[in-house]
Design a protein around this ligand. Structure first.
Ligand SMILES: Cc1ncc(C[n+]2csc(CCOP(=O)(O)OP(=O)(O)O)c2C)c(N)n1
Length: 557
C-alpha cells in the first residue's frame, strides 16, 4: 500500500460502486447488520437513503424507483427477519423483471453457518434469497467485494432482469481495502439478433396486410423502433406491463384493451401477430385461451420465451429495440397494409372501452375525471384492488413506457410503498410527473406504516384509497363460487381522516361522485408530500358488474 492510497470499508465500497451505477436513491431499514453501508451513504451524501418502516415496503419502493427511473433499484435490509421481510416484494420484482440489488447483512463470519443459535442468523438465508430472486451471493472478504457487486448488478440488469441479493457478514462490511481506481459497473451489452433470422422474419411479414404488434414490458426501451412499424400502418396492442410504449391515444392502438371480446374478434382479422418482449401471461390472455391471430412471430431477449404460452412460426432472439429497428429497416416502404386496419382498431378499442365502462356504474366518473384532471403527465401506480382490475389496468391513457407501475404478481399491499418509490424517483431524477397510486383499503392497511415514511420523505403522491371496508374481490368470489359464505372479508378499518391527521397527511373524503372533480383538483394541488383521497365506496354504491377474480374464458369459469 502506498502512503497516498485511501483505505475504505467494504460498506463504503458498496456505496461508491452504487454511485457509479447512477443510483440516486436507496431504500431500507437501518440495522446493526447494515450500518457500515448506511453510514457510508450518510457520510458521502451522494445517494438519498429512504428509511422505510419495513423491509417489504423498502423493497417495493426500490422496485418502483427502478421501474420509473430506468436505473438500478437498491434496497438494504438487516439479516434474518429483516431480510425475510423483503421476500414477498422480491417475488414482485422478479415477476416484473425489475433490475434490483438487495444488500443484506449477515452475522459475523466466524460464527456463520455453524448452527450456534447466534442472534439474527437465518441458517438458509442465502438459499431463500436465491429462490425469491434471480440469484444471490455472499461477500466473504474485501478482496472479492467489488467483483461480487459488479457481477450481481450485471445479472440484475441482464434480461430477463430481476432482483439479485448480496449478503455481507457484518465483520466483512467493516473490513478495509484500498480504494480501487476503477469502480465502474460491468457493461450489459444488448442481445444482438441474428440478422439472417431478421431477414427471414421480414420476408414473412412483407406480405402481411393486417399486421399487429403486441408489446410487453420487455419492449419498454423500444418506443421509437415500435413507432416506426406503427407509422407504416401496423396496429398495436400492449400487455399491461407494456403500456405507453406507443402512446395509448395513438389511433392505431388498442391500448391495453387486449383481451376483451372486441379485441379477440379483431385478432381474427389480423394476418400476422408480432409479439415483442412479452410473456403473454395468464392475466393477459384469459389463461392462455385468448384466441390470438393464427400466424404468430415473436422477438425476445430471453431465449427461453420461444413457444412459451403460445407457439410461433418464427422466433428471433434479440433486444427489442435493435431487432425492431433492423426489421423496420427491411420493411419500410415495402408493405401494402390494408388502409382499413386503423379504423378497425379504433372501432374494436371503442367497443372494448365501452364494455369496460359498462361494468363500472358510478365509478366511470372517477375513471374519466381522473384522466381529465391529471392529464397524461402521470405516473400511474396501482395495487391489487377491484378498481384496478376493472379499469386501472386499461385507463387512463398512458403516453410513456414507464408511466405504469402495478403489482404484477398479484400481491396486495404494495401500492402504497410503490407510490413512495415512484415519487422519490421522480424527485431525484427530475422527471416532472404527478404520482397517483390506486389502492384498496385492505391493501393499504397491509403496509400502512409506509404512510409515515411517505410523510417524512415528503413523497409527492396522491393515494386514491378505494374504501369498501372489506376485501371486496374476495367477497365477490365467495358470492360466485362459495355459496355467498362471506368469511374473513369484513375489515375493521381505521378512520382514515384521523389516521392521516395524526401523521399530518392531508385527507379528503370523497363520498359524493358529484364532488370528484373538485376533490381531485384539490388533492393534486398539494405538491409537497402525500395526500390521501378516500373514496367512500359504501356511499358510492356497487359496481354495475361484480368482478370475481382474473378474467377467464366462459367455459373455464
Ligand atoms: C399478499 C397477498 N395476500 C392476500 C391476497 C389475497 N387477496 C387478493 S385480493 C384481496 C383483497 C384486497 O382487498 P382491498 O385491498 O380492500 O381491495 P378490494 O378487493 O376491496 O378492491 C386479497 C386479500 C393477495 N392477493 N396478496
Amino acid at each position: 500500500m502506498s502512503p497516498s492510497t485511501q483505505r475504505i470499508t467494504v460498506g463504503e465500497l458498496a456505496a461508491r460502486f452504487l454511485e457509479q451505477c447512477g443510483v440516486r436513491a436507496a431504500f431500507g431499514v437501518i440495522s446493526i447488520h447494515n450500518m457500515p453501508i448506511l453510514d457510508a451513504f450518510h457520510t458521502r451524501q451522494k445517494i438519498r437513503f429512504v428509511s422505510a418502516r419495513g423491509e417489504a415496503g423498502a423493497c417495493n419502493m426500490a422496485d418502483a424507483y427502478a421501474r420509473v427511473s430506468g436505473t438500478l433499484g437498491v434496497c438494504v435490509t438487516s439479516t434474518g427477519t429483516g431480510c425475510g421481510n423483503a421476500a414477498g416484494a422480491m417475488v414482485e420484482a422478479i415477476t416484473a423483471g425489475t433490475p434490483l440489488l438487495h444488500l443484506t447483512g449477515q452475522i459475523e463470519s466466524p460464527f456463520l453457518d455453524r448452527d450456534l443459535g447466534y442472534i439474527h442468523e437465518h441458517p438458509a438465508q442465502l438459499a431463500m434469497l436465491k429462490s425469491v430472486g434471480k440469484d444471490a451471493f455472499r461477500i466473504r472478504n474485501p478482496e472479492t467485494a467489488l467483483a461480487t457487486l459488479r457481477e450481481a448488478v450485471r445479472l440484475a440488469q441482464t434480461p430477463p432482469c430481476g432482483p439479485v441479493s448480496i449478503e455481507i457478514p457484518i465483520d466483512v462490511q467493516k473490513m478495509k481495502l484500498d480504494l480501487p481506481a476503477d469502480l465502474s459497473p460491468l457493461a450489459v451489452p444488448p442481445v444482438q439478433p441474428n440478422l439472417a433470422a431478421v431477414d427471414q422474419l421480414a420476408e414473412r411479414l412483407l406480405s402481411a396486410k393486417r399486421p399487429l404488434l403486441w408489446l410487453g414490458g420487455g419492449a419498454r426501451g423500444a418506443s421509437a423502433a415500435a413507432q416506426r412499424l406503427v407509422k407504416m400502418g401496423w396496429a398495436v396492442v400492449s400487455s399491461v406491463q407494456g403500456r405507453g410504449i406507443v402512446p395509448e391515444d395513438h389511433p392505431a392502438s388498442l391500448g391495453s384493451y387486449n383481451l376483451q371480446k372486441p379485441a379477440e374478434e379483431f385478432y381474427e382479422t389480423v394476418d400476422a401477430l408480432l409479439a415483442v418482449g412479452t410473456r403473454l401471461r395468464s392475466n393477459e390472455t384469459l389463461n392462455y385461451k385468448l384466441k390470438l391471430p393464427a400466424t404468430r412471430y415473436r422477438i425476445d431477449a430471453n431465449a427461453l420465451a420461444h413457444n412459451r404460452g403460445y407457439t410461433s412460426e418464427l422466433f428471433v432472439h434479440g433486444d427489442a429495440e435493435i431487432t425492431l429497428n433492423a426489421l423496420a429497416d427491411r420493411l419500410e416502404g415495402r408493405m401494402q397494409i390494408d388502409p382499413k386496419l386503423a379504423a378497425d382498431v379504433k372501432r374494436a378499442r371503442a367497443e372494448a372501452a365501452s364494455l369496460v365502462d359498462g361494468t363500472l356504474g358510478q365509478y366511470v366518473k372517477l375513471k374519466n375525471t381522473l384522466a381529465e384532471v391529471v392529464g397524461k403527465n402521470l405516473w400511474w401506480v396501482r395495487d391489487i384492488t377491484l378498481s384496478n382490475s376493472m379499469w386501472g389496468n386499461r385507463a387512463p391513457v398512458l403516453d410513456h413506457p414507464r408511466a405504469g407501475v402495478h403489482a404484477l404478481g398479484g400481491g396486495i399491499g404494495q401500492g402504497l410503498a410503490m407510490g413512495v418509490g415512484v415519487a422519490v424517483a421522480d424527485a431525484e431524477h427530475q422527471l416532472g410527473r404527478r404520482t397517483v397510486s390506486l389502492c384498496g383499503d385492505g391493501g393499504f392497511m397491509l403496509n400502512v406504516g409506509e404512510l409515515a415514511c411517505a410523510a417524512q420523505e415528503k413523497a409527492n403522491v396522491v393515494f386514491l384509497v378505494m374504501n369498501d371496508q372489506r376485501y371486496g374481490v374476495i367477497k365477490n368470489i365467495q358470492d360466485d363460487i362459495y355459496g355467498s359464505r362471506h368469511a374473513y372479508v369484513e375489515l375493521h378499518t381505521p378512520d382514515f381522516a384521523q389516521l392521516c391527521a395524526s401523521l399530518q397527511v392531508p385527507h379528503f373524503k370523497l363520498a359524493d361522485p358529484a364532488a370528484t372533480k373538485d376533490t381531485l383538483q384539490k388533492a393534486l394541488a398539494h405538491g409537497n408530500g402525500p395526500v390521501v383521497v378516500e373514496v367512500d365506496m359504501n356511499a358510492w354504491g356497487p359496481f354495475a358488474v361484480k368482478f370475481a377474480g382474473p378474467p377467464k374464458k366462459k367455459e373455464e369459469v
